[in-house]
Write a protein that binds this ligand. Structure first.
Ligand code: DGP
Length: 125
């Protein structure tokens, strides 16, 4: 069920639990303000999630409230993941589902990094 990204941050969400070490993940990259790990249900040969360590519901929330160092770290982490996984070698896709209509299911900002195969059209009509 997609979430409403205008809701207050819920510290019980799955990614908050991963950040606290309460749930495991397959880590790809750790930085001061960000964490990247493999998606539990990969939709492409490379499917990594990049999340900020801070408590931000969505891209909307993060872009409005995060500090410049957090934003810089996060953007660099996404790029670093694309290079580390070799997704960048042949092209890749970034996706940040945001809010109900955007299909966001976990209420902690995450950017999907997809790669490793031709990814097809952006959206199905
Ligand atoms: P979205 O629909 O954009 O909110 O994507 C949520 C993604 O999170 C989805 O691709 C599956 C992934 N996911 C959900 N639970 C877990 C988990 O416990 N561990 C990991 N690694 N990924 C998860």
């Amino acid at each position: 069920m997609p979430i409403d990204s205008s809701l207050p941050y819920d510290a019980a969400n799955i990614f908050a639990r991963i950040l606290r070490g309460e749930l495991p993940c397959k880590t790809v990259l750790e930085t001061e303000h960000s964490l990247a790990f493999h998606d539990i249900n990969p939709l492409a040969p490379i499917h990594v999630l990049v999340i900020p360590r801070g408590a931000y519901v969505s891209w909307d929330d993060f872009s409005a409230k995060a500090s410049d160092p957090e934003i810089a770290d996060f953007v660099r982490a996404v790029g670093e993941v694309a290079r580390m996984t070799r997704a960048s070698a042949q092209g890749y896709r970034l996706l940040a589902n945001t809010g109900k209509r955007g299909g966001q299911e976990v209420a902690h900002l995450h950017v999907h990094v997809f790669g490793g195969a031709p990814l097809g059209p952006m959206l199905a009509k």
